[in-house]
Design a protein around this ligand. Sequence first.
Ligand SMILES: [Cu+2]
Length: 156
Amino acid sequence: MSKKYLWAGLVALVYAASASAGEVIVSDAWARATAPGQAAAAVQMTITSDKAGALVAGASGAAKTVEVHTMIMEGNMMKMRQIDKLPLPANKAVSLAEGGYHLMLIGLKKPLKEGEKVPFELTVQFADGSKTTVKSEALVKPLAMTNNGGHEHNHH
Ligand SMILES: [Cu+2]
């Protein structure tokens, strides 16, 4: 219930910022910190559009190229593949999560460090052909999983 009110507030905010038809909300965007030498990073987020449309492009000042990716099984291997469109049904939260859809930042200009925020923008095309651009930021989370609360690897 509270989430719904929060979204309503965000919708109002976005509406105030851009009066174009169709509102798209990006929430909980995050990426993992990158290892040394890592040139690409996946961004996860939730996207909710109030009109049927599709995510068709991304951009970020932090990377040379941004692509929309999905994960597919090829034989026994999970592989990433670029897709042209990620469908966004009206008023349905679409999760870009680890292991599935994600936004791929390719050619990182510098490593992503824990605690930083990476700005990016998404282009959404609606069913009527009109487009909108949404800006958001991805919070950079630690590289290592720390679900067990501060456990560190022991090196023998
Ligand atoms: Cu990818």
